[in-house]
Design a protein around this ligand. Structure first.
Ligand code: FMN
Length: 438
């Protein structure tokens, strides 16, 4: 809070706000600009916070680096995670504990965000599970629909949580889970890391936080959670039970459909006395950037295996931080632009359009990228079209996820006529300042 206020990044919403739709609307008004602290939520004592991180700088600041070093730091921490120690202190989130019959999710200010959402959704919970065979934990964020006081539905795409849950389900056993709401941004970012199964994302977060992350044990489940968070919901992912969850307004700004989904039975709710409830409004910069930065890091690493001179990757907001990648390379061999495109596609099935440019182009400036396309790209030579591969099922233009993809190589040929591509320049412009002429 102190940081946000010092940076003038905090909008304190004093007016009474209704939890359904109105809270989402105000969050949207400040999307990309400010964190919203809702101090007066109708029918609830607990304040709500949204847009906790809202641009690249706020994320970089949260892990103590400059924006242009964020991906490097993330990759370094993924390469060398740091095991966490247990805290010896009683954590603040254990000052109010509900167990058994006392558990009541409906007391928390959990919003309905969009018009056709199936109900109230928890969207900013770090879902932690422990693989008891290795002691390593897995952390991920999932949309969680509140069904009643003690039950939630969960969407689990086939990644690491699904991998562990399906083993328990095959044995007819429930999987212990904990959901942490109101944890530090570094933990949210670490939860999105694209790693092999078995890498503990809390250890990545600990590396990002310079070994300051301590854990505490849960009350009713065998899971360790961060010492500092506002609310911890404990529960069991039950085997062989499915209930209808959804629809839900998702990151591409369309609704994900309703379907039969696994169910969590809540066994405890622990919270700070003065807890603040964090919600992530789907499709906002906060939502998109958390996934986008993780994908940029992963794609940079993959492309570097085949094009070592890759400089940076930008997965754009316009593509919901999922579908379009702009890649800059320092081309040293003819054909590397197309190899970078192939590597980008191999990195993520969600990627649909890739543009590769030379390293004199600012890939975070859409006009600059378009200029490269306009003046360095010829479709007959530089366009790669791939038909009928797997894309994102949430892209409504795909056929149940089957999608065409294109790669655009807008790098200059190495044997070009350098006179034709001489970029015009005004001598001395770099040193000139407007104020000196006013
Ligand atoms: N992944 C899902 O499978 N289901 C979801 O409902 C879901 N919702 C998300 C909501 C937000 C706000 C964010 C940032 C991500 C969401 N994700 C969801 C993505 C996963 O959290 C992410 O891919 C994570 O890295 C998966 O971790 P795992 O591979 O360790 O299972």
């Amino acid at each position: 809070m102190t940081y946000l206020e010092a940076q003038d990044h905090l909008a304190k919403i004093k007016k009474e706000v209704v939890i359904n739709h109105e809270l989402a609307g105000v969050t949207k008004l400040f999307d990309g600009e400010k964190t919203c602290l809702f101090e007066n939520v109708k029918h609830y004592e607990m304040p709500v916070i949204s847009n906790v991180v809202f641009d690249r700088k706020s994320i970089a600041d949260s892990v103590g680096v400059e924006v242009d070093k964020l991906i490097d730091k993330y990759l370094a921490c993924m390469a060398e995670p740091l095991p966490c120690e247990y805290s010896q202190e009683k954590p603040a989130h254990k000052s109010c504990v509900q167990v058994g019959d006392a558990v009541n999710l409906l007391e928390l200010p959990i919003p309905i965000h969009h018009e056709k959402d199936g109900g109230q959704y928890i969207t900013a919970g770090l879902l932690i599970v422990k693989d008891v065979a290795t002691g390593k934990q897995n952390v991920s964020i999932h949309r969680l629909q509140v069904f009643n006081e003690k039950e939630m539905g969960i969407l689990i795409l086939p990644r690491h949580l699904w991998h562990l849950f399906s083993q328990y389900e095959a044995r007819g056993e429930a999987l212990d889970i904990a959901i942490c709401i109101g944890a530090a941004p570094a933990l949210l970012l670490a939860s999105q890391a694209i790693t092999p199964y078995g890498v503990d994302e809390l250890e990545i977060a600990n590396a990002m936080l310079d070994n300051q992350l301590k854990l505490v044990k849960c009350e009713t489940v065998n899971v360790d959670v961060p010492e500092h968070c506002e609310i911890v919901i404990e529960g069991k992912l039950v085997p062989s039970v499915r209930k209808v969850e959804g629809p839900f307004g998702e990151f591409p700004r369309y609704y994900g459909p309703a379907g039969d989904r696994p169910v969590i039975n809540v066994t405890a709710i622990c919270r700070r006395e003065d807890a603040i409830y964090h919600t992530i409004l789907p499709g906002t910069k906060e939502h998109l950037l958390l996934g986008g930065i993780a994908r940029e890091a992963s794609m940079l690493r993959t492309i570097a295996h085949t094009v070592p001179t890759v400089k940076a990757v930008h997965i754009t907001f316009g593509s919901s931080c999922r579908y379009h990648a702009v890649v800059s390379i320092k081309k040293e061999h003819e054909g590397e632009g197309k190899n970078a495109i192939l590597a980008a596609f191999s990195n993520s099935h969600e990627i649909k359009h890739v543009i590769v440019v030379d390293d004199d182009i600012d890939i975070f400036d859409a006009d600059h990228v378009e200029w490269a396309l306009a003046t360095r790209f010829q479709a007959g030579e530089d366009l790669m079209l791939i038909k009928g591969s797997l894309g994102s099922k949430l892209d409504p233009s795909s056929d149940k996820g089957i999608s065409d993809k294109i790669g655009l190589d807008a790098t200059l040929r190495l044997d070009r006529d350098s006179n034709k591509f001489q970029v015009m320049r005004i001598p001395g412009l770099e040193q000139m300042k407007r104020e000196d002429y006013l």
